[in-house]
Design a protein around this ligand. Structure first.
Ligand code: NAD
Length: 381
């Protein structure tokens, strides 16, 4: 199945294994930069894709949550070898590295990426995701770290020209990685649905993602392969949704949990989302979405009903129980809760909370972190 999303072609589960080969031949590619991580060998990519007749430069010298310095090495390889196409095979980290290589290769040598003097690049970018999580294959932004600080880089040409979704590539993901990545996709879809930037189109993608993921999450996490296609499609819809809206408070609050406690991204977001949702339900009178309180209340009810719950509070509690069952545990016991909560709250960029439909400031974030860190009294509907 083929879908066009903005300027991108999304190809789902082509029966032809040499599909990438076809695309490269149509594009008359002679020299590719193949960006991949260690999964490349594990998932048998060499057998899956046929690069015969094309010069291939492999770039795998980067870590998950990629660093700016890693990307500069990739830019050098790309220019030194005069590559005319970039192919990314991997999770969100790999795809983000490939996107940044494409974008940063347009900078003059004396320009730094934070100058944002980006130019359009005609280099085709093909993304083949091997996780069902970030949906990065269908977004026009990327995440890069510099000196321990997370930067979101956004530019229209970052949207890959082709996204090739091959659900079978998910088979080798370890169970815990499956859980973390699919929960990232589910939370993205929910956050996009309630975002102040949501549109009719984005809400269609959010709804599709929630439906597909929620229905199949148990079998997926138990390792059944009959649901891989649904989960892969759900994750891609979630990417398409945030491509329009960006994420909201649970994502903004999750980054410090990852850097401070080493909790993987999807795990950290899932810890925050139920508490954020409950807080917003309790404070609907502080709605900041210009479409008004009743609009937001209606969106919350629609999300709850898509999850099979009678009310938003019930849905938030239900999500939390499901996350518990999937092993999404809180950080270890904290000695001085108040100090810890203050430290976490101070790290959150308050302006990044502004996509959320209900007003969230420093004090609100402290309340939510307290709830996240104290696993007791969670289900007080
Ligand atoms: P990841 O790419 O960091 O991969 C996690 C681990 O899983 C790695 O060790 C990787 O080698 C392994 N792995 C990946 N696919 C595998 C497979 N099929 N079999 C076995 N192992 C496999 O994980 P992710 O969650 O996909 O990406 C997270 C990154 O994406 C973060 O840096 C996050 O900030 C970023 N992100 C980007 C966007 C975007 O739109 N650009 C959106 C959300 C998150």
């Amino acid at each position: 199945m083929n879908v066009t999303h903005y300027n991108q072609q999304i190809v789902f589960r082509s029966p032809k294994e040499d599909l990438l080969d076809d695309i490269l031949s149509i594009l008359k590619v002679q020299s590719i930069l193949l960006v991949c991580d260690k999964v490349f060998d594990l998932i048998g990519t060499k057998e899956t894709f046929d690069f015969s007749g094309i010069s291939v430069s492999v770039f795998d010298d980067f870590s998950p949550n990629p660093q700016y310095g890693d990307i500069l090495k990739g830019v050098k390889l790309f220019t030194d070898n005069k590559c005319d196409c970039i192919v990314a095979v991997g999770g969100g980290s790999t795809i983000d590295v490939a996107k940044c290589i494409k974008l940063f290769s347009t900078l003059n040598p004396d320009e730094h990426f934070s100058s944002k003097k980006y130019r359009n690049s005609s280099t085709p970018l093909i993304a083949v995701p091997t996780t069902a999580g970030t949906g990065s294959e269908s977004t026009h932004f990327a995440v890069v770290y510099r000196d321990g600080v997370k930067h979101s880089v956004g530019y229209k040409s970052l949207l890959p020209d082709f996204a090739i979704i091959k659900p079978a590539l998910l088979n080798t993901l370890p169970v815990y990685q499956k859980r973390c990545t699919v929960l990232d996709a589910l939370c993205q879809a929910i956050e996009s649905w309630w975002s102040v930037n949501s549109t009719e189109e984005s809400r269609i993608y959010s709804r599709a993602a929630v439906d597909l993921i929620w229905k199949h999450i148990d079998r997926y996490c138990e390792g059944f392969s009959d649901v891989l296609e649904n989960i892969a499609m759900g994750a891609n819809c979630s990417g398409r949704a945030i491509n329009i809206t960006f994420t909201t408070a649970p994502h903004a609050m999750s980054y410090i949990l990852t850097s401070r406690y080493g909790i993987p991204h999807g795990h950290a977001v899932a810890l925050c989302l139920p508490a954020v949702w409950r807080f917003m339900c309790r404070n609907l009178n502080y709605t900041v979405d210009k479409r008004g309180e009743s609009f937001v209340a209606d969106i919350f009810s629609r999300i709850a009903s898509a999850l099979g719950a009678q009310s938003p509070i019930e849905a938030a509690n239900m999500l939390e129980r499901q996350f518990d069952r999937l092993g999404i545990t809180c950080p270890p016991a904290i000695c001085n809760l108040q100090d810890e909560v203050r430290l976490l709250s101070q790290s959150v960029n308050i302006t990044r909370l502004s996509n959320s439909p209900v007003l969230l400031g420093q004090r609100s974030v402290e309340t939510i972190y307290t709830e996240v860190l104290c696993s007791n009294s969670k289900y007080d509907d």
